[in-house]
Write a protein that binds this ligand. Structure first.
Ligand code: GAR
Length: 200
């Protein structure tokens, strides 16, 4: 099965997926990388890795979020991808997109959902004083950071942690967990029933 990655920033998760695929640990082809940011390092990483299609799709060229998402859907459909992997894609996808790829869009979030949703999860977890946080990989539905949970990994918070030091350890966990989930999905290993995701 072919898949796509959508990323807005550094793209370290994209890199982890590229590296895993190179080692034969992801049994599917990364056909397309799309970013909503022209200067996303993720685009550079994708080009360097020889991903067949690497696109910057500028949100400014579209009158509404739905129009932008429509464009993404038509690009992804043309490439016939069976999975859309969000890797630090910092846009909320509209129902237009979710309906087109129901249970085919996954996201990685830097906290143990349902705690600390949103764009500042690591900072919020630290400020709240949690002792354990982590990583969640989940299906994307119409609500933000809400869809059925596929996998989680715990990361201990150390007394002297800053957003930077904690983020570093969270990223390490993401880079192990996310490629594994991508591979399992592509091999048809997940069975979903409502919010419950089981391994077949
Ligand atoms: C990751 O830590 C991911 O969990 C987070 O963005 C980072 C992207 O890093 N996503 C969210 O916060 C989504 N709410 P990367 O560009 O190096 O892969």
């Amino acid at each position: 099965m072919d898949f796509a990655v959508l990323a807005s920033g550094n793209g370290s998760n994209l890199q982890a997926i590229i590296n895993a695929a190179k080692k034969g640990k992801i049994r599917g082809k990364l056909k397309l990388v799309i970013s909503d940011k022209a200067d996303a390092r993720a685009l550079e990483r994708a080009r360097k890795a020889g991903v067949p299609k690497v696109l910057f799709v500028d949100p400014k060229g579209f009158p509404s979020r739905e129009d932008y998402d429509d464009e993404l859907v038509s690009i992804l459909r043309k490439e016939k991808v069976g999975l859309v992997v969000l890797a630090g894609f910092m846009r909320i996808l509209s129902p237009v997109f979710i309906r087109a790829f129901r249970y085919k869009v996954i996201n990685v979030h830097p906290a143990l959902l349902p705690a600390f949703k949103g764009g500042h999860a690591v900072k919020d977890s630290l400020a709240y004083g949690v002792r354990v946080t982590g990583v969640t990989v989940h299906f994307v539905d119409e609500q933000v950071d809400h869809g059925a949970i596929i996998a989680q990994g715990a990361v201990e918070v150390k007394p002297k942690d800053t957003v930077e030091t904690l983020s570093k350890r969270i990223h390490k966990m993401e880079h192990v967990l996310y490629p594994k989930v991508v591979d399992n999905f592509l091999r048809g290993k997940y069975k979903v029933s409502g919010r419950i995701v089981r391994m077949k």
